[in-house]
Write a protein that binds this ligand. Sequence first.
Ligand code: NAD
Ligand code: UDP
Length: 338
Amino acid sequence: MRVLVTGGAGYIGSHTLLELMAQGHEVCVLDNYSNAVPEVLTRVRALSNGAIMDFAGDVRDPAMLDQVMQAFQPEAVIHFAGLKAVGESTEKPLYYYDVNVGGTLALLHAMERAGCKRLIFSSSATVYGEPVYLPYDEAHPTNPTSVYGQSKLMAERILTDWAAAFPDRTAVLLRYFNPVGAHASAQIGEDPKDIPNNLMPFIAQVAVGKRDFLQIFGDDYDTPDGTGQRDYIHVVDLARAHVAAVTYAEGATGARPFNIGTGQSYSVRDMVAAFERACGKPIPTKQAPRRAGDIAAMQADASRAAAELNWAASHDLDDMTASTWAWQSKNPDGYKGA
Ligand code: NAD
Ligand code: UDP
């Protein structure tokens, strides 16, 4: 299929391009490089030997979207382009709603004009909010605790109404748990612009000597070791879930949410210990207070994705930490070192 990938130069998008091309799909990228650099696509092209059409532009720009649709004529769109920092979303709510909700609306309008009927959406487990029960299944109540989470849930609702209004539209809502890890080549990976918000890139920067220690946010949660637990998923497994979703979208109509996680969760201390195994050196840590808004534990019930997308994660925790370390140690300054 011809698959337009918005945000394709980003962390998850770049890994997904490789998996799509490996399965014979044609890809086109629209990215405004607000959180990526063009070097990413240079590396993806070198790794794949594949042709990638690409456009530098904003997903909220109707004229740009029409230009892309006309040039590439996508049969499906994977919509990664968006903002993802939970803390920043509270400080800049209008910006987050504009990009994450407004961007999705603008994209749907352009798809309507071009007759493109399938959309795969980057949603998040944060749509669930404080767990009523764990593991979360897709029927768990949605009650996001951040502007970021609200923006994802609003976009899900728009997509659900869009798909319900026409008999032949498909919206696949992928609710990601915690993506980590990097491509086996160590050529592409996560490259945060500023101080990393997320655990794994922070640990990786401590390991490579860019930061002195990791702060462990909270040790008094109701978890076995008191630190927060998450369902970490290898980015290559996550990328493959998108390929599975493209196949699913060919044969399905309507909107459907899917949890994309492993079904296992690890604590902050588990992650530090696993990273120490991968890099062969100690990761200094300091105990710090709980981070505002954090949930004690999250875990996916990923059985729907297994049954209906025919997808399951295959990488384990050591694959996640080893690939992160390979990427970080070979690219200590991320893409800036290129
Ligand atoms: P990322 O920032 O690396 O990738 C997003 C890409 O979109 C970047 O290349 C950025 O330049 C581009 N972009 C942003 N705004 C744009 C706009 N207005 N027009 C065009 N391009 C734009 O983030 P990622 O980790 O790859 O996440 C991809 C998607 O998955 C995001 O929508 C994010 O909210 C969602 N998600 C991420 C996580 C995570 O932990 N990484 C978890 C759940 C959901
Ligand atoms: N965390 C931490 N120190 C950090 C970053 C994160 O202790 O510098 C903890 C955080 O409190 C949570 C877990 O690591 O329990 C995962 O956090 P992350 O931000 O990666 O994911 P999210 O909270 O968005 O699921």
